[in-house]
Design a protein. Structure first.
Length: 207
């Protein structure tokens, strides 16, 4: 019987370099013979991509509770349709955001309560937990400068103020302090090569 795959999630605020790390990590793992698959949240499957368009639309007004429910719905579909089949097939999945994002963004950023959002997402995911989470940390100004450098219009969440993102940053660090074995903190202000090297070091016991 083929061994179950690994779920590796990458977390952090927008502009921390999650997508850059995920892409580089997939290439490096593949060179080591690891079957690694990239996915993102919200999205990854057709229904979840539709929700992504809705929840990020800067024209729409979406309340905090509705936002949390939409993210959880997108996540539930991704888990059922893509994540679980990939893991059961022995693949490694590198996932750009997962439950920790909702705990930080909606639980803390929207003041809905981390435990309330955790309970919602436990139901949505069937209790699926990452084997390892790489948390990219970077100062707010640095992250915003990186995000602005994409030359893309900011989405609905990216238009929030500094206090919103400070609550998110603090929540992420609090989550990491509670689960240090799963959540490994990486300084994302370093060069992409240095960030990749540290990420690989934090995954070495799983390889």
């Amino acid at each position: 019987m083929r061994a179950r795959g690994r779920l590796i999630t990458i977390e952090g605020v927008d502009g921390a370099g999650k997508t850059t790390l995920a892409t580089a990590l997939a290439q490096r793992l593949s060179s080591r013979g690891v079957d690694a698959r990239l996915m993102r949240e919200p999205g990854g499957v057709q229904a979840s991509e539709r929700i992504r368009e809705l929840v990020k639309d800067p024209v729409l007004t979406v309340g905090g509770r509705a936002e949390a429910l939409l993210y959880a719905a997108a996540r539930a579909q991704l888990v059922e349709e893509a994540l679980l089949p990939a893991l059961e097939a022995g693949e490694w999945v590198l996932l750009d955001r997962f439950v920790d994002s909702s705990l930080a963004y909606q639980g803390a950023g929207r003041d809905l309560g981390v435990e309330a959002v955790r309970e919602l997402n436990d139901f949505a995911t069937g209790g699926l937990t990452p084997d390892r989470t790489l948390l990219l940390t970077v100062e707010g100004a640095h992250a915003r400068a990186r995000a602005a450098g994409r030359n893309e219009a900011p989405d609905r969440l990216e238009r929030e103020g500094d206090e919103f993102f400070e609550r998110i940053r603090s929540a992420y660090l609090a989550l990491a302090a509670v689960e240090p074995d799963r959540i490994r903190v990486i300084d994302a202000s370093a060069s992409p090569e240095a960030v990749l090297d540290q990420a690989l070091a934090e995954l070495s016991d799983l390889l």
